[in-house]
Design a protein around this ligand. Structure first.
Ligand code: S3P
Length: 427
């Protein structure tokens, strides 16, 4: 891809679908790999991150057949089916792959070396390494195990009660996956509820998961039983065409079969509160996940404050929310979002720089940003910084920027949204 040119547009319309949910696709591959029996996955996201997960499990001897671009057949042989990998497990750009896989490796009685790309090398791993060590796993790595490359020798785990200082589904899922292989009960509590795809999919795979207001717990030594998984469209990907339709005059889009898990739909709530005309038509449940269509029209928007428990419900959508905020009347304040600093890039700094580069008025804060809206954006060249969501946020800004936007290093978009450029040229 290299460069992606997005011209200023006067109208977007049509019915579209977006690629499969990234979080659910990762989990389908991982859970299918450690379950007993054959798991068929339909609607799998063939983005770079999920392909990294697939490759890692293949290196541990799991047979994963790709029957089409979005359908997989995984032959699981239980936890014991995983074999000591001869090669380094390379997670590429994927935080979800490394953190969830570490939970699986922590329980396996073999050695594995794990690494990733430049961005992964900067992301904190101590948030999972420390509790895994408390459970009994031997994990070593750079800076005392805080960063990749890491090496794990698993087995002999005991359940723990972990109070996570951050609302992170990756931390929670990692510890639950280790806990399923441990002796006794593993319980995780978090300051606000993070996405709960792991809890839902484990239940669908026959695992007993106990949930209450404060946290989630699993008893150890449980087996997963294979089942078919149909992956809904990713709401985090849908957020880009939704944002595009909200800010581009005369637009109306219908996005079919999007995952509507309430731990992920914060962006719809916020856009609606800003005045966005968004209609949601629930149509059913796929593997424990609510699914439906989203209909969105160009709207006149006003700024608002976003913080607290809303943040984990829209954490990945903040870059595109910031783009939309430049087109709303008044101020949008994003707070309690310091986690953005440890995503694929420092998304507070990078989003603010992107918007400033287009003439927007934005101020970075310690845990978010303040965007003063009502700005006519000016086209420019923008770097993705190798971050898929920054590349797509820049492209959406191009739809309303005088002269359009050219996104550099746009190939990063393939991490979660293969076909992004084609989709927008079709609309
Ligand atoms: C994810 C959890 C979130 C999210 C990421 C996917 C997952 O990360 O930002 O894109 O699939 O569990 P954290 O757990 O670090 O918040």
């Amino acid at each position: 891809m290299g460069l992606l040119r997005m011209k200023e547009r006067s109208r977007l319309s049509g019915t579209i679908s977006v690629p499969g949910d990234k979080s659910i696709s990762h989990r389908a591959v991982m859970f299918g790999s450690v379950a007993r029996g054959t798991t068929r996955v339909d609607g799998f996201l063939p983005g770079a991150d999920c392909l990294s997960t697939m490759e890692c499990f293949r290196k541990m001897g799991v047979e994963i057949r790709q029957e089409g671009p979005t359908s997989l057949v995984i032959t699981g042989k239980g936890w014991e089916g995983l074999k000591e990998p001869r090669e380094v497990l390379d997670v590429g750009n994927s935080g979800t792959t490394i953190r969830l896989m570490l939970g699986i490796l922590a329980g396996r009685p073999f050695h594995a070396a794990v690494t990733g790309d430049e961005s992964i090398a900067r992301r904190p791993m101590d948030r999972v390494v420390r509790p895994l060590r408390l459970m009994g796993a031997r994990v070593e790595g750079r800076a005392e195990g805080s960063f990749t490359p890491l090496s794990v020798r698993g087995g002999g785990l005991k359940g723990i009660h972990h109070q996570s200082p951050v609302a992170s589904a990756q931390v929670k899922s990692c510890l639950l996956l280790a806990g399923l292989q441990a002796e006794g009960i593993t319980r995780v509590e978090e300051p606000a509820l993070s996405r709960d795809h792991t809890e839902r999919m484990l239940t669908a795979f026959g695992v007993k998961v106990k949930r209450d207001e404060k946290g989630v717990a699993v008893e150890g030594r449980q087996t997963l039983f294979a089942r078919d998984v149909r992956v809904p469209g990713d709401i985090s990907s849908a957020a880009f065409p939704i944002a595009a339709a909200l800010i581009t005059p005369d637009s109306r889009l219908r996005i079919r079969n999007v995952g509507l898990n309430p731990t992920r739909t914060g962006i719809l709530d916020v856009f609606r509160q800003m005045g966005g005309e968004i209609e949601i038509r629930h149509s059913g449940e796929w593997c424990g996940e609510p699914v439906g269509d989203i209909i969105v029209s160009h709207s006149s928007l006003k700024g608002m404050e976003v913080g607290g428990e809303m943040i984990p419900r829209l954490i990945d959508e903040i870059p595109v929310l910031a783009v939309v905020a430049t087109q709303a009347q008044g101020e949008t304040v994003i707070r309690d979002a310091a986690e953005l600093k440890v995503k694929e890039t420092d998304r507070i700094a990078v989003t603010a720089a992107l918007l400033r580069n287009l003439g927007a008025r934005v101020e970075e804060t310690d845990d978010g940003m303040i965007i003063r809206g009502g700005t006519r954006l000016k086209g420019n060249r923008c770097d993705s910084h190798g971050d898929h969501r920054i590349g797509m946020a820049a492209a959406v800004a191009g739809l309303v920027a005088e002269g359009g936007v050219t996104v550099e290093r746009a190939e990063a978009i393939n991490v979660s949204f293969p076909g992004f450029e084609e989709l927008f040229s079709r609309l």
